[in-house]
Every structure is written in C-alpha cells, then in structure tokens.
Design a binder for this molecule. Structure first.
Ligand code: F0G
Length: 483
C-alpha cells in the first residue's frame, strides 16, 4: 500500500488496495436536528441512533468491512453442534497463525476476559498491565483483584512522538513483582496496542522482555491480541530489528513466548467473535469448563458459525501487510491533517483511530465538566460525526464515590477498516478544524443519570447552559444552508 507513489502528490496519500462492492446509504441531518438528537441521546454518543449519524467513528469493533473471501466463506458454515467442520477449519488457521494447539471459543473479547478472571483472579490479587481496558478492569475488580498500570510515563505524553508509547516500564514491572510477590500476581497482561491511550503500539522487543521477566518469576504472560493487527504493522514499519521479518514471523515470534492469548475478533480478523488460545493444556483445562457454562458448546462458544468462517479467513488476511496497512495509513492521514492545523492530537498516529486531546482542545474547562464528553457531543453537532469519549466518563468512580479523573481526556475517532473513503476523512478533518476554530463556544456537561457500572455505555448527561444552540447558530452563520 505505502509503496505506491503519486506523480503529482504534494502529500502522502494512502492508496486503497481494494475496491468497494457493497455500500450503505448515509444520512446527514441538518445541524438543528443534530442538537436535538444529541440531547435525546443524553449527550452520550453511545445512545445516538445510527440513522442520525453520517460518519460512525464510535468504534472499529464489529464494524469493519469484510472481504469477498470472508463473505464467501460464510456460505460454507457447518452449524452442527458437535464436531463442526467450521470449528475444525478455524482451529487449523489458529494453529497456523498463532502456533497454538488449543482454542477456546467465546462470543467476544470481554467474554474471554470474564473466563480468564474467573479462572485465575482471587480477592487481593494484582494484575500488572501496560494499560487497562474498561471491560478488562471491570472483570478483574469484580472478583476482588486490582490492576496496576505500567506503561512508561512517555505513553501518557500526548505530543511525544516516540514510536512505541504502549511499552511497559520493565523496571517498574520488576519492582511490582518484588513488592507484591509473584504468588499474588495471577498473570501479567500485555495489551497490544493500547486502546485507552491512543492506540499506541508496543515493540516486539518490549513484549519479549515482559515475557522473559514473567518466566523468571514463574508468572503467566497473557496477550490481549484484540488490537494486534495494527501493532503488527507498526512493528514491521517502525522497529528497525523487525524490518526484514514477515508479519507471520513477527506474530509467531511474539506468540511463542505467551502463555495465553485472547482476542476480540470484532477487531482482530475483521469479523465478530473471540477466543482464547494457548499451547499449555493445563491452563486451558482450568478455563475449559467455563465455556459451556457461560458461552456455548466448545465448537462455537456463543459465536454464530458464519462468523467463525469469517474469522478464519480474516486471521489469514491479517498476515498480509497490504491489508492491515489500510487502517494505520488512513489514521495517519487524518492525524497529520489535524496536527498540521494545530488541533491537539495524540502523536504519533497510532492504531484504532485518531485521538483528539480534549484537555488541550478545551483548555480551561474544569475536569469535572467532562471535556472529552463535551467535545464528542460538539463534534456530532458540528458534523454528524459520532466519536467516543475516552476520558473520565469512561472511568469508574472510586469505591468511596469520588470521581476518578482519567489521565488522558480523549475523543476517539475510530477508523473502521475499509469503511470510509478519503473524501470522508477529509470531511471529518474539515469539521474538526471548524470546531477547533470555534472551541470557545463549547461548554461542559453534567450528569442526569449515572449508572454504577460501565456508566459510559448508558449514562445520560445535559449541557451546562445553552452552548449547543449557540454552536449550531454559528454553524448556520458559517456554512449557510449546508447540511
Ligand atoms: N481488549 C481490547 C484491547 C479492546 O479494545 C476491546 C474492545 C476488548 C478487549 C473487548 O472486546 O468488545 O469484543 O468484548 N474494544 C472495543 C472498542 C469495545 O470500541 O474499543 P469485545
């Protein structure tokens, strides 16, 4: 993908190595209606109706475009309960890609996390990880465990251009093991790349170092491979020592050192579903009984068989650098456009999507007025673009009820793979730039309904004051009768 040069390019333009053959019509409601829809949705982009959204950049989970070969494979699904050929085909691909003998199917990533936590986490346990993900932390704390984040400080510096900002602080890991005691650490979790800190990747070297430290201390290493496809691309393109390796070689070198690997196939493999894989039969046996209990029989684990066929093809396609390059390259295009304009972005461009630093975008807004939530609401009003708050609203309150402020207040503009065209990315950049120039109009949010668990999914908020009407009026003034 990156090898195609333009004769007249003034900028690096990502060129798609695919063509679009199935499309979905989109609608863009007028700005006044967008204000209305945002409020009906409690200023929570999770609660917007998709018919009212022009660019759905909420997530890249389960919404990536599938290939012709994936769709074709879905037609041959064998949905027999036991001994299913579909399951056999998927296991064969998993052995080939990850090099792992055993596979436990689960309906999605958080289902794997539930099973991992049930099998291994006890009250008082500590699970070190480079950074938490919302559902991961919820499952560990639900069982009385806690999470320690060991990303290096540089990982939380929005403008630092280091290539592998998701890396572990290895010395900090050793210290946590010394202080906690290996017996209270059921596993160390590697999230490659990191969801909540801007899709920043880890180097192969760092992940292997983590595994080596774990081995020395008799601790299990668990890889969350949900975001692995972008991370593989970054290892290949950014890590000097890996430039000569194929994506397959990088994958196997990494996976050979992991005790357990789990993934959400809503991301990895451009499909829907998930699973846990390993070469360690003993570990698998500790989790196996939970699959029929929570998920479904061992041949499908709650997944639809057609999805399993799509995962099998999608995992093989993930080994193709040209295929997995599309996401990072489109994200980089958007991030560079916005950064050049002065919009505070998480740098360098990572995986998953473009991430706006809301703290800096809305300088002066009190933390307690939820700048990232406010910016996500404003962006929907400005352009019918649905991003996701990844800041304080996505955190849980402390047990005593005090607000737990996030280290980074981000608005994530996820880039589902092969879904948007470059003109749509340009439109997105244009509306963010307009909003940046009008940022003094954006006000804060306050809670109306706050659920106790994973509040960002269902919580409802209201704008403080009439800033949304004033933002819409300024839009009319600047854009005339444009949608
Ligand atoms: N781990 C990581 C790193 C993830 O990004 C996700 C999901 C999960 C686990 C859970 O997987 O959704 O299949 O249950 N991330 C989605 C997102 C929800 O929008 O970023 P799941």
């Amino acid at each position: 993908m990156s090898t195609v040069k333009f004769y007249q390019a003034t900028e690096q333009v990502p060129l798609e190595m695919h063509k679009v053959r199935v499309v979905q019509k989109l609608f863009l409601p007028p700005v006044e209606e967008r204000v209305k829809h945002m409020n009906e949705a409690g200023n929570n982009t999770f609660l917007l109706q998709n018919k009212d959204v022009y660019m759905d950049m909420l997530t890249d989970s389960g919404v990536n475009a599938m290939s012709d070969n994936q769709v074709a494979a879905m037609m041959q699904a064998d949905d027999s309960y036991a001994g299913s050929e579909t399951c056999n085909r998927l296991v064969k691909v998993i052995r080939e890609v990850f090099g792992t003998e055993y596979f436990l199917p689960a309906h999605q990533g958080r289902a794997c996390e539930n099973i991992l936590a049930e099998a291994f986490v006890k009250p008082g346990d500590v699970v070190p990880m480079n950074f938490h993900f919302t559902t991961t932390k919820a499952h560990i704390t639900r069982l009385g465990g806690s999470v320690v984040e060991l990303v290096r400080p540089v990982g939380l510096e929005p403008k630092n251009n280091e290539p592998f900002k998701g890396n572990f602080d290895i010395d900090a890991l050793k210290q946590v093991i010394r202080e906690t005691g290996a017996e209270h650490i059921p596993f160390v979790r590697i999230e490659a790349g990191t969801n909540l800190i801007g899709g920043q990747p880890l180097s192969l070297e760092n992940m292997l170092e983590v595994a080596a430290v774990c081995k020395q201390n008799g601790i299990m290493t668990v890889l969350d491979a949900s975001l692995l496809q972008d991370n593989l691309y970054f290892i290949k393109t950014r890590e000097e020592a890996c430039k000569h390796m194929t994506i397959r070689e990088i994958t196997r070198t990494l996976c050979d050192q992991m005790d357990l690997i789990y993934f959400s196939s809503r991301k990895l493999g451009f499909a829907r579903g998930g699973g846990i894989v390993s070469n360690n039969e003993k570990l698998i046996l500790k989790m196996k009984e939970f699959i029929p209990l929570y998920e479904g029989f061992l041949t499908y684990g709650g997944m639809e068989v057609r999805s399993m066929e799509a995962i099998a093809v999608g995992l093989l396609e993930t080994m193709d650098e040209e295929i997995i390059g599309q996401g990072p390259q489109f994200i980089e295009y958007l991030v560079k456009e916005l950064d050049a304009y002065g919009v505070p972005m998480i740098m360098p461009a990572g995986g998953l999507g473009a991430h706006i630093n809301a703290t800096e975008f809305l300088q002066g807004m009190p933390h307690g007025e939820y700048p990232a939530g406010a910016l996500a609401a404003a962006l929907y009003i400005a352009g019918g673009i649905r991003g996701m708050e990844r800041g304080t609203l996505s955190e849980q309150r402390d047990p005593d009820g005090t607000e737990h402020y996030a280290e980074l207040e981000l608005v994530r503009l996820a880039c589902p793979r092969r879904v948007f065209t470059l003109s749509q990315m340009k439109y997105c950049a244009d509306r963010v730039k307009w909003l940046y120039d009008n940022r003094q109009l954006i006000g804060g949010l306050k809670w109306v309904e706050e659920p106790a668990v994973l509040r960002f999914f269902f919580g409802r908020l209201a704008p403080i004051g009439d800033w949304q009407e004033r933002l819409a009026a300024k839009f009319r003034q600047d854009f005339g009768d444009s949608l």
